[in-house]
Design a protein around this ligand. Structure first.
Ligand code: FMN
Length: 296
């Protein structure tokens, strides 16, 4: 096996589209010949490493030399190797900023202005640190890609709908939702005042400064009512956002609402069927919520 390194000068401006077209062809060809490597493009200069069987790499390099999209194709190194530096990439691609190069250990600032095939040939000592840097850069790209959250396509009431009429309707509903959200904030504020009032009432009525169990349950009820109001507020605003799938929140709100009822159940008065049915609803909602959460 050999590793061949060369640099060249682009004769045209390679925009992302041109580069992608080039990379697609290269990757298919290289994979078929069991060639791996990397391509770096920076300010009109290509730097490429090709690894594989000597005959295959030589043949590819011959084809590359004939390519009229670049000139000054200059061989920098051709070395026998036992191990590939870029085993996982038929042709990894790295976009670098010039100032990034100066941060690489062993690099000098002259490359910021002058990364040409000739300068690379006359500074061969930079090739090893450059390869190590490019390798780490490719690995980082892989890590980033695999940890990136999938982009969320979901959007309730999109304002970018292709039909302008639907677009208008969505805008109106969104406005209505904003108004509802505002009203909900007012309700929440009233709910908070209610909690304060309930606590005040319970401790000022005889027995003074004491709360019975029933007083406490009533106070909890007032607290939970506010929390449910907050959940409903979130439900409303979810429709204006695009990054949340509301089912999660709807189930959570329902779970909270039924739990609130259960906390303040008066078992002396409620029929057994009612309690059993409520238990079933809690179990069903609990399982649903757990399933949604574990999927996320
Ligand atoms: C900077 C540069 C790098 C290239 N690298 C490769 C490469 O790694 N593998 C490859 O097959 N072709 C590469 N090419 C393309 C070749 O020059 C040539 O267009 C291609 O091999 C022809 O493929 P085809 O016979 O399938 O049309 C490169 C071209 C340029 C300008």
């Amino acid at each position: 096996m050999i590793r061949l390194t060369y640099a060249s000068t682009a004769v045209m401006d390679f925009n992302p589209e041109n580069l992608l077209t080039l990379l697609k062809i290269c990757r298919v060809n290289n994979a078929a010949k069991n060639i791996t490597g990397i391509l770096l493009y920076l300010h009109g200069t290509f730097f490429q490493v090709l690894e594989g069987d000597e005959a295959a790499v030589d043949a590819t390099f011959e084809a590359i030399k004939q390519d009229t999209r670049h000139k000054n194709v200059t061989l920098i190194e051709k070395l026998p190797i036992t191990e590939r530096v870029f085993p996982y990439w038929s042709l990894g691609f790295v976009k670098l900023e010039a100032k990034e190069l100066s941060g690489i250990e062993g690099f000098n600032h002259f490359f910021e202005k002058d990364l040409t095939p000739a300068s690379l040939v006359s500074h061969k000592q930079v090739i090893a640190p450059l390869l190590a840097y490019l390798h780490s850069k490719l690995l980082k790209q892989v890590t980033l890609e695999s940890t990136e959250q999938p982009s969320v396509q979901h959007e309730e009431l999109p304002v970018q709908h292709e039909d302008p009429f639907i677009q208008l309707l969505h805008r109106i509903i969104r406005l209505g939702l904003k108004f509802l959200a505002l009203l909900m904030v007012i309700v929440i504020l009233f709910g908070i005042m209610d909690v304060v009032y309930v606590i005040f009432e319970k401790i000022t009525l005889p027995p003074f400064m004491l709360m019975t169990i029933n007083d406490m349950l009533e106070t909890f009820g007032a607290f939970l009512a506010v929390l449910i109001a907050v959940e409903i507020f979130l439900n409303i605003t979810v429709y204006i956002r695009s990054d949340v799938i509301p089912v999660n929140l709807v189930v959570a709100t329902a779970l909270m609402a039924i739990s609130r009822k259960i906390i303040v159940f008066d078992y002396k008065e409620l029929p057994a069927e009612y309690v059993n049915a409520s238990a079933l609803v809690v179990i069903a909602l609990g399982i649903t919520y757990w399933l949604i959460q574990s999927k996320e």
